[in-house]
Design a protein around this ligand. Structure first.
Ligand code: C5P
Length: 243
């Protein structure tokens, strides 16, 4: 990662791989967790629920801390609208944001141009096919070919548009790493430490396995947010990654 993308002044010293998903319905609950965590060990992800409940001011407040915020709003609209939304998100000071790759090349290029207009441009990544979709659900939306091939096709389109990477499952990471090269950012949810419950995740990988499979960053929610001691859980996962 280049300096502009780091949440800290020296990315070589601190580039935490864990992104904690702040899946909360209100600012107070999210803030209580944030106060317990450590920016040396993780970044933070704000998704649609928390953003819709609390608004951009809370994102701005989080972005002023040392963590680095991934604003996970998955923009998907006409190029001009997505570009304007990305520009507004960039102005909040976030570290990473995302769009849907199925919005197409022109939409992604417009998004990239919009974030690059800011001196502190965030990483811009894309969602290929939602990992909640299986082959049967994928067939129903009428796209020809296999889901796996479509993921690779959209990841290549993402790279061609100049974006920094994609969201992908750990299972998809080895193929995408091979096809898209060492610098393409792969952000992976569905992570469960060895001792953790699966919750509603079906295809999971341990943090260490996901990194070995080629993931660049790991999105982790409940194993940390629901832990009795979230900082200890985060530290343990961090240590598991480093082992
Ligand atoms: O609690 P858990 O670790 O399952 O949280 C995972 C986070 O990653 C949630 O914010 C979820 O919305 C997000 N996510 C996911 N699967 C995807 C994309 C995002 O679990 N394919």
């Amino acid at each position: 990662m280049t300096a502009k993308n780091s949440a800290t002044n020296d990315p070589k010293i601190r580039d935490p791989k864990i992104i904690v998903a702040l899946d909360y319905a209100d600012e107070k609950s999210a803030w209580e967790l944030v106060k317990k965590l450590d920016p040396a060990l993780c970044r933070l992800k704000v998704g649609k629920e928390l953003f819709t409940a609390t608004g951009p001011q809370f994102v701005e407040k989080l972005a002023k801390l040392e963590y680095g915020v991934f604003l996970d709003l998955k923009f998907h609209d006409i190029p001009n609208t997505v570009a304007k939304a990305c520009s507004a998100a960039t102005n909040l000071g976030v570290w990473m944001l995302n769009v849907h790759a199925s919005g197409g090349l022109e939409m992604m290029q417009a998004a990239k141009q919009a974030v690059e207009a800011n001196a502190n441009s965030p990483l811009l990544i894309a969602v290929t096919v939602l990992t909640s979709m299986n082959e049967a659900a994928f067939k129903k939306i009428g796209i020809k070919g296999t889901l796996d091939n479509h993921v690779v096709r959209l990841a290549k389109l993402t790279r061609d548009a100049g974006l920094d990477g994609v969201v992908c499952s750990a299972a998809e990471a080895p193929k995408l790493r091979k096809k898209l090269g060492p610098d393409f950012c792969l952000v992976t949810p569905g992570i469960r430490p060895t001792s953790s419950s699966l919750d509603d995740q079906k295809r999971v990988a341990t943090p260490k396995a996901a990194l070995i499979m080629g993931s660049s960053y790991l999105v982790i929610g409940r194993p940390i947010t629901k832990a009795s001691d979230p900082l200890a859980a985060l530290q343990a996962i961090h240590d598991e990654c480093m082992a």
